[in-house]
Design a binder for this molecule. Structure first.
Ligand SMILES: [Zn+2]
Length: 268
C-alpha cells in the first residue's frame, strides 16, 4: 500500500472518530523512522505514534509557552518590534532581520529578537509589580514541564538568553508531552492565539473537520550531539483537534510542514 493511501486511511479514520465514539483500533499514520506524532480529537484521548514519548529540545515551541505567560498582555497592548537581525549580543536566526513585527508576525516568523525584547520588558514589570522572587516563581511554574532539573536553583530571575525562546537544549519536550500541555484547560488561550495568528487555508483532502482552517506553529531545534543538524517541530490544531509532530532532522517551516500535511492529508 502506498504512503498516500495509508495517509488517507488515517485521515478517514480521524473523520470517523470525529463523528462517533473512538473504536478500539484505528489505522496508524505512516511515520518514518525517528518521527513522533501525537493527536487528540478533542475527546480527551491521546493517540501517540512512533517516537511520541521521546524528549528533544523544543525549539520555537517555547514561544507558545511565552504566549501562555504574556500573550494576552502583548496582544492587548499591541506590542511592536523592529528586528534588524541583531540587538546587543543577541542575533536573530534571520540575520537580515524580520523588519517590523507585531505578536502575530513574530509568532508566525519566529522572531527571536522580538520575543526577547518583549520578555525583557515583561520581566521589568514583574520585578516592579511583585518582586524578584515571585517573578522567578511565576516563570519556573510555567516552564517547569520543559525544564527538568536543568535550571540552577535560585531566588532571582534567570539571565535572559536565547535559550528561553528556543535556542539550545535548556527547554525540552516530547510530542506527547507537548500535546498534553496544550490540552490542559488553562492553555485554551494558547490554542486561541494559534487559531488567531497561525491559521492557514489548508483543508483535508476529504473535508472531515468542518470549515475551520488548521493552525500550525513550526519550530526548528538543535540536535544534541550534532551541531550541524536541526530537528523540526509542528504543533497545531483545528477545532478541538490538536496535533504535535517531531522530525529527528529538518527545519520546521519546510520539512515539518511538508510532513504534517502528508500525515493529515492536507491540500492548499
Ligand atoms: Zn527577527
Amino acid at each position: 500500500m502506498s504512503n498516500l493511501r495509508l495517509t488517507l486511511g488515517f485521515a478517514l479514520a480521524l473523520g470517523m472518530l470525529a463523528a462517533q465514539p473512538a473504536p478500539a483500533t484505528m489505522q496508524a499514520p505512516a511515520l518514518r523512522p525517528g518521527e513522533g506524532f501525537a493527536i487528540t480529537l478533542g475527546d480527551g484521548e491521546v493517540r501517540a505514534y512512533g517516537e511520541a514519548g521521546k524528549e528533544a529540545p523544543m525549539g520555537s515551541l517555547a514561544k507558545l509557552v511565552w504566549m501562555r505567560l504574556e500573550g494576552a498582555e502583548w496582544s492587548g497592548r499591541g506590542v511592536r518590534y523592529t528586528c534588524k537581525g541583531t540587538a546587543g549580543t543577541f542575533t536573530c536566526w534571520n540575520r537580515e532581520g524580520h523588519g517590523r513585527v507585531d505578536v502575530g508576525k513574530a509568532l508566525r516568523e519566529s522572531c527571536n529578537l522580538a520575543f526577547l525584547a518583549w520578555i525583557q520588558d515583561a520581566q521589568t514589570h514583574w520585578r516592579k509589580d511583585y518582586g524578584e522572587a515571585a517573578a522567578r516563581a511565576r516563570m519556573e511554574d510555567v516552564f517547569a514541564p520543559f525544564l527538568g532539573r536543568r535550571l540552577p536553583q535560585g531566588e532571582t530571575l534567570p539571565p535572559l538568553t536565547p535559550a528561553w525562546v528556543g535556542d539550545g537544549d535548556l527547554l525540552r519536550t516530547s510530542p506527547e508531552a507537548f500535546l498534553r500541555w496544550l490540552m490542559e484547560p488553562d492553555k485554551a488561550e494558547v490554542v486561541t492565539f494559534g487559531k488567531r495568528f497561525l491559521a492557514s487555508f489548508w483543508v483535508e483532502v476529504q473535508d472531515l473537520f468542518g470549515k475551520e482552517g488548521w493552525w500550525f506553529k513550526t519550530g526548528t531545534a538543535p540536535v544534541p550531539g550534532d551541531p550541524t543538524a536541526t530537528s523540526a517541530w509542528v504543533a497545531g490544531g483545528r477545532g478541538s483537534a490538536l496535533v504535535v509532530l517531531h522530525l529527528p532532522r529538518g527545519r520546521g517551516k519546510q520539512e515539518g510542514m511538508t510532513r504534517i500535511r502528508e500525515i493529515l492529508g492536507l491540500k492548499d
